[in-house]
Design a protein around this ligand. Structure first.
Ligand code: ZN
Length: 446
């Protein structure tokens, strides 16, 4: 059995409790004991990692992930990557998320039909490192909707970012195709998006089409995620029981009432970083603040901020992540959302951290195993050099993410005083390590 004990760590356990100094015992892939107030976990012969008082927290969950977005400046540019390169890209990106402390992620739509599913299967099989992952479908969209990229004279399906459907039967067929491929949930674009030239407040799907998707998902026991910026699209999510609501910027009071009445069922992942970066940080790609404002992003950020504040006060679950993987919001910078949650939504830093940890367990449908540091939970742990409750920016700095453990395995350690990559699971700890810093670490811990 692989046994590791973290001693002298400042524990943010993801329950909502204040941090406390203590010890954490990991046996194989689970946390088995946690002690506090100077008590020891009686680790016996477990390998010791002395945290030197550092902050340790549960691995984070990214609630709205597009691994297959390849840091390009348009949906078409993302889509044009050939499938062979595309899956390799996904593999590389998944590792980066893990190294940035995201040990779980929910796929918000793949750029090609099977990318998410194939990646999830490879991660689960232990072939490549990556977060625990729930695979999404491609975006199901309608003729002329967000993700219909064909041109009138080039009506080729392969040009599309999404799976374009029209009418309930085509929705059914698309749903069944993605279910056949093995997705964990289906994704539908219920509203527009300014950058694609379709107003965010447009709601192009008919009730019949949405009802068909909901019915097909339900029969298969799968959830549905929706790109839903317009108020009407948020209401459609609640009416049809689509659990995962992305964006929700323009939800009006009625939509908020509906969400609140069903808050045990729905999750909102606003992807607020997308609004912030498109408005303020896309100049290099020709989108100045003026251009973005003309498109509608200044107004959307303002409205979304007010909407999300109300949502948070009503106790509706809001989670970080969303739409990273574009040129002006590259993968790996996802933890910026936590800062945005404080600035734009009025969360406390602690609430922001809980949204990335505890709520992540709910989102991943494993609230008893993911998102907390407590006996029985997976050993998904992150050690931070500094206190994120004082400075959430630390979570954006790879240098400050001292150690990442997923499933009991040390994925990353950038410190001399902590065993690193080579100290992976099942490795004989008595075997000498080549790096001098690591040798020192092992001498100190034995
Ligand atoms: Zn998205």
């Amino acid at each position: 059995m692989n046994r590791i004990v973290f001693t002298n760590v400042n524990i943010f356990d993801g329950t909502g409790a204040d941090t406390f100094n203590g010890e954490i015992l990991v046996e194989d892939n689970r946390i088995t004991r946690v002690s506090k107030n100077g008590d020891t976990v009686n680790a016996g012969d477990a390998r010791v990692i002395n945290g030197r008082g550092k902050f340790i927290m549960p691995g984070m969950t990214e609630a709205h992930t597009h691994f297959s977005w390849n840091d390009q400046p348009s949906l078409s540019a993302i889509q044009f990557m050939p499938p062979e390169e595309h899956i390799l890209w996904c593999v590389r990106v998944a590792k980066r998320y893990l190294e940035m402390g995201f040990t779980s992620a929910l796929g918000a739509a793949a750029a090609k039909a099977r990318l998410d599913v194939v990646l999830r299967n490879a991660i689960n099989a232990g072939e490549f490192p990556g977060p625990r992952y729930l695979a999404g479908s491609q975006e199901i969209t309608t003729l002329g909707g967000l993700g219909d990229n064909t041109l009138p004279h080039l009506p080729f399906r392969e040009l599309n970012f999404g799976e374009v459907v029209s009418g309930p039967e085509e929705v059914r067929k698309a749903a069944r195709m993605f279910l056949k491929y093995g997705v964990d949930h289906l994704k539908i674009n219920l509203s527009g998006e300014y950058i694609a030239g379709i107003p965010a407040e447009a709601s192009p799907f008919s009730e019949e089409e949405i009802a068909m998707l909901a019915a097909e998902a339900k029969r298969a026991g799968k959830r549905v995620a929706a790109h839903a910026r317009s108020s009407e699209s948020v209401k459609q999510c609640v009416r049809h029981g689509l659990e995962l609501v992305f964006h929700a910027s323009f939800a009006d009071e009625e939509a908020l009432d509906m969400l609140e009445a069903n808050k045990e069922k729905h999750f909102v992942a606003p992807g607020i970083g997308w609004l912030v970066n498109t408005l303020y940080h896309a100049e290099k790609w020709g989108i100045t603040e003026e251009v973005a404002t003309k498109m509608g992003y200044a107004r959307e950020l303002e409205v979304a901020s007010e909407t999300l504040k109300k949502m948070h006060k009503r106790g509706i679950r809001i989670l970080p992540g969303g739409d990273y993987g574009f040129a002006w919001m590259p993968h790996g910078t996802n933890a910026r959302d936590l800062e945005h949650f404080v600035k734009y939504i009025g969360m406390t830093p602690k609430e922001a951290l809980l949204s990335a940890t505890k709520l992540g367990g709910d989102l991943m449908m494993q609230p008893e195993s993911i998102g907390q540091i407590a006996p029985g939970f997976y050993a998904d742990l992150v050690i931070i050099d500094g206190d994120p409750l004082q400075n959430l920016k630390l979570l954006q700095d790879p240098e400050k993410i001292s150690l990442v453990m997923k499933d009991g395995e040390i994925i990353k350690s950038c410190q001399d005083d902590l065993p690193a990559q080579a100290a992976i699971h099942n490795r004989d700890v008595n075997e000498p390590l080549r790096e001098p810093g690591l040798n020192k670490a092992l001498q100190e811990t034995h």
